[in-house]
Write a protein that binds this ligand. Structure first.
Ligand code: CP3
Length: 345
């Protein structure tokens, strides 16, 4: 069975010869070749050069043996077509300017034209598909509206999301207007990528786990649903990821994605029980488990595989992105172990 069939079958809960595996943030900083490329080019330059982006997208296929590639790009790329400046600062993370907390800025947000503003995404997708000769699936991605709006409001990464929640509670109408604008942009952005030749798409609602279930249902779910629904006619699997999903799984299930990506804070078997048989799951090894000695790491991997048991519809992954300080050899070991030990019926 080739990697593409293995991955897509798992998304659709069909039989596989072994459990497919890929790693969130697999194309990146813990790899020597990436570090070398970064000495010569800025991060954005890598994202916007199809030759380089394709090369990075393919690194984990050759070096780790994963079953799927994720397009090398960034969550914040859509902002570049909306009139914002995005700067990636070492140690601090991304900075987005100007701030949408300024009422005037909110009114001047522009709607990107993907053909004009993100042509490199289409070129990278096409180049990947040519080079992989259809053997490997390509996953594209985008942020979900709440997570993207939180970046615009905070102006960068955040722990508490206080500015976001302040706007949400004190100016709910304005907050919803922002969500509507962002949603419209993301629908175009996702459709453009899918039409360029993706095999699957993952929607990162990473930070919506900071919301109470009530607020999640009002400010995150309906907007994420619009994105998912806008992709239904393309008949490719959609994957939804949220960090801190355990109290929200029943709501997340209603989104109707083929796959739900689980964080590490809940046992996979428990999530399976809650979700029932009609959705595939992805996950959910703690990214820090890659720092365990190999025998202990192997136990953790096997525990997840055993929790899934014989059910179809499991894609092995981490509960969140691989950390930059991870030893690449440990990641290779993870991939080999999943392939050797998994034995779906
Ligand atoms: O998964 C992959 O390998 C594909 C590429 C990918 C990147 N970012 C490359 C990247 C993906 C899928 C992302 C998603 C992303 N980007 C998210 C959601 C993912 C999640 O973890 O839930 C978010 C929140 C971002 C925004 C972002 N981009 C941040 C916060 C940062 C800085 C902090 C960090 O983790 O480095 C980035 C930069 C970034 N995105 C890098 C890479 C390889 C590092 C850039 C560098 O080389 O300096």
């Amino acid at each position: 069975m080739d990697a593409k069939t293995r991955f897509l079958n798992a998304c659709y809960r069909l039989p596989v010869d072994k459990t497919p595996v890929w790693i969130m943030r697999q194309a990146g900083r813990y790899m020597k070749p990436y570090q070398n490329m970064r000495k010569r080019y800025s991060f954005l330059r890598l994202c916007q050069s199809p030759d380089l982006a394709t090369k990075i997208t393919m690194l984990p296929l050759k070096r780790l043996g994963v079953d799927a590639a994720i397009l090398f790009s960034d969550l914040l790329i859509p902002f570049l077509g909306m009139g914002f400046e995005v700067k990636y600062k070492a140690k601090i993370g991304p900075q987005i300017k100007p701030s949408v907390r300024d009422e005037k800025v909110m009114e001047t947000i522009t709607t990107p034209d993907p053909e004009r503003d993100f042509p490199y995404l289409r070129q990278s997708i096409k180049q990947f598909n040519k080079k992989s000769k259809g053997y490997y699936p390509l996953i594209g991605f985008a942020g979900a509206p709440f997570t993207m709006a939180s970046y615009l409001i905070e102006g960068g990464s955040s722990h508490q999301f206080q500015k976001t929640k302040l706007m949400m509670y004190q100016e709910p109408h304005r907050f919803k207007r922002l969500l509507e604008k962002v949603t419209a942009v993301l629908i175009d952005y996702c459709q453009f990528q899918v039409e360029s030749g993706l095999d699957a798409i993952q929607i990162f609602d990473t930070w919506a786990g900071c919301l109470t279930p009530l607020d999640f249902r009002e400010y995150a779910l309906p907007f994420a649903r619009q994105i998912i629904n806008s992709l239904k006619s393309y008949q490719i699997p959609t994957i939804y990821f949220l960090k801190g999903s355990s109290g929200l799984l029943k709501d997340i299930f209603k989104l109707g994605t083929e796959v739900i990506s689980l964080d590490s804070f809940q046992e996979l078997s428990e999530a399976r029980k809650l979700l029932g048989p009609n959705v595939a799951v992805q996950g959910n090894l703690d990214p820090m488990a890659l720092f365990l000695p190999k025998d202990k790491l192997k136990q953790r991997i096997n525990s997840i595989l055993e929790q899934n048991g014989n059910q179809y519809g499991h894609i092995f992954n981490l509960g969140h992105g691989v950390l930059p300080t991870t030893d690449e050899d440990q990641v290779s070991f993870l991939v080999r172990t999943v392939h050797e030990y998994s034995n779906p019926k």
